[in-house]
Design a protein around this ligand. Structure first.
Ligand SMILES: Cc1cc2nc3c(=O)[nH]c(=O)nc-3n(C[C@H](O)[C@H](O)[C@H](O)COP(=O)(O)OP(=O)(O)OC[C@H]3O[C@@H](n4cnc5c(N)ncnc54)[C@H](O)[C@@H]3O)c2cc1C
Length: 384
């Protein structure tokens, strides 16, 4: 373990490794990434891998467009196939009100060049006859959205970071951060102390714990979401889009030969990662309501992951006024996988060039909550 570093990144999920990669690519030397467990073992490795460009806020659009470009060229840049399956994202609305929101969003997204479109219930039924559309008023569909492999993507980013000389220490939990005056001077881990003037909090659902180490409140809550996977099931086609039933807060997509179902999401924060029997029953009910033929399958396994929810469901990025040298890359609120590559790029720019150049991260400033500048995303009820 090194005794000094220029920059320490806490957390080896997609956000931390992406920051590490872009710091290295931009020429930073002496950067350490510290991960308490193994890389990608946290929310990143437990997520669904969804990548979409259907949003209602400019800042989310910018993050998605930049990340989408990176995902499309991922193999060339990183030498690893990210398993980006562009099967499309379909949002179903079950009320006129929801449909009007989708219509406004599609108009907004089209202005950014995103080929999303509104479909009628008849068009949806014709394309995917296995969907129950009795209660559906319409949908929004973008056929080039999809999902990628969290492990493949993280592996690519880590390989890239290492090639640029970034050092990654696993099983290295940060237990305290030392501040002199209001300036960061070092972090202490279970295996030693590293002096560093810049520390990046990329601890995902544990972001608030890192904040407490320097006496600040970071408003990120860990919220459990359960997921279930069926046995091999061939009664719906492999090309089915990631389909979101907004009202039921339910979605599904293909997972190889099986189908992956989103399960319930907790109301209260916790670090609980268990799966519950009742959650499986609830999920089966929602799944068979939307796709009656799912009655023919079985749930083979399940797991749970933690969202890292901010008060306005947008990321919290940048410096904090209270502690010089601390940079936050937190609160992605269920969208961190798809925004991760772009987030890494802008945080590296902020650290090395003094400002994020590729995307204006001003709207995501940590100070926005106390300044009353929170952001409203009309699809916040849905988390990937
Ligand atoms: C069920 C589910 C489905 C999801 N689906 C999608 C999706 O389809 N698309 C999408 O974009 N997003 C999705 N997400 C959200 C996505 O998983 C997260 O936004 C993203 O993984 C956050 O990445 P991260 O690097 O910030 O966090 P993590 O991957 O959790 O990484 C943080 C790391 O910090 C480490 N750490 C914490 N404390 C310390 C410490 N003291 N010292 C050292 N290391 C520490 C942790 O061990 C962890 O590995 C989903 C989330 C869940 C729960």
């Amino acid at each position: 373990m090194k005794k000094t570093a220029d920059i320490v990144i806490i957390g080896g999920g997609i956000i931390g490794v992406s920051i590490a990669y872009y710091l290295g690519k931009m020429g930073a030397k002496n950067v350490l990434l510290l991960e308490k467990d193994l890389v990608a073992e946290g929310s990143t490795g437990l997520c669904v891998g969804g990548i979409r460009r259907q949003w209602s806020t400019e800042v989310n659009m910018h993050f998605s467009l930049k990340a989408f470009e990176i995902y499309l060229n991922f193999k060339d840049e990183f030498g690893v196939d990210p398993e980006f399956h562009q099967i499309g994202y379909l949002f179903l609305s079950t009320s006129q009100e929801e449909l009007e929101i989708l219509k406004k969003n599609v108009e907004f997204q089209n202005r950014f060049g995103v080929p999303s479109q509104i479909l009628t219930p008849e068009e949806i039924k014709k394309e995917w006859p296995f969907l129950n559309t009795e209660d559906v008023f319409g949908g929004a569909f973008c056929d080039t959205d999809g999902y990628a492999g969290p492990y493949e993507v993280t592996r690519g980013l880590i390989g890239g970071a290492r090639r640029h000389g970034i050092e990654i220490f696993q099983n290295t939990e940060v237990i305290s951060i030392e501040v002199e005056g209001n300036r960061i001077v070092s972090v202490t881990t279970k295996v030693g102390r590293v002096e560093a003037p810049i520390v990046v909090n990329a601890a995902g659902p544990y972001a608030a714990n890192i904040g407490r180490m320097v006496g600040i409140e970071i408003p990120v809550k860990p919220i459990r979401r359960q997921l279930f996977v069926t046995d091999a099931f061939h009664m719906i086609p492999p090309s089915v889009p990631l389909t979101i039933d907004q009202k039921q807060n339910f979605y599904f997509r293909r997972e190889g030969e099986a189908v992956l179902f989103s399960g319930p999401q907790d109301e209260l924060p916790s670090f609980n990662l268990s799966t519950d029997f009742y959650a499986m029953v609830e999920t089966a009910e929602k799944a068979t309501h939307r796709v009656p033929v799912f009655e023919e399958t079985n749930i083979a396994r399940g797991w749970a992951g933690l969202y890292e929810i901010s008060p306005d469901n947008h990321a919290i990025l940048g410096e904090v006024p209270e502690v010089e040298g601390l940079i936050l890359a937190n609160g992605f609120s269920g969208h961190g996988f798809q925004h991760g590559p772009a987030a890494g790029m802008v945080i590296a720019e902020l650290i090395l060039n003094g400002r994020a150049e590729t995307i204006d991260i001003g709207p995501l400033a940590p100070t926005r909550f106390t300044e009353g500048k929170t952001i409203k995303e009309s699809l916040t009820a849905f988390r990937d």
